[in-house]
Design a binder for this molecule. Structure first.
Ligand code: HEC
Length: 114
């Protein structure tokens, strides 16, 4: 999940105007985020439940909901990557907002805060 943040953080700077908007860089980072999203769910298997982590035990009780959220992230980040390829900045901003909302909503629900 850290790898996700390395890619998403610079996108946030660009969208918020803290960094110059760089279409080419945005496209690369958005594409990476979309690929990572397809892998993220594989890291959450019940055999890791006992591991010390920040994953809430609710993940295992509500795995369907958790998986749906991860799939939503996959779909939305893929759409973001496509918009970036087209160079559609308006859509890039909207879809980036949608993407980070999905990150936050899932963390609020399923990340433990030690
Ligand atoms: C479907 C749920 C879900 C979605 C969507 C999600 N995450 Fe997470 N994320 C988690 C959970 C659960 C953890 C806690 C994992 C752990 O460390 O045990 C986590 C942890 C993290 C961490 C902390 C890693 C660490 O080891 O401390 C980062 C950074 C992170 N996520 C970034 C993101 C970003 C960026 C996105 C959106 C692009 C995102 N996540 C989307 C569930 C999600």
């Amino acid at each position: 999940m850290n790898a996700m943040a390395w890619n998403v953080a610079p996108l946030a700077y660009m969208v918020s105007g803290q960094h110059r908007f760089d279409d080419a860089r945005f496209t690369v980072l958005a594409a990476r985020t979309a690929v990572l999203a397809t892998m993220a769910l594989e890291g959450f298997t019940p055999d890791t439940a006992a591991a010390r982590s920040l994953t809430s035990p609710k993940v295992w009780q509500q795995l369907d909901d958790f998986s749906r959220r991860m799939q939503a992230l996959e779909t939305t980040s893929a759409a973001l990557a496509k918009a970036a390829q087209r160079g559609d900045q308006a859509q890039m901003r909207v879809l980036f907002g949608d993407t980070v909302k999905l990150c936050k909503a899932c963390h609020d629900e399923y990340q433990r805060h030690p």
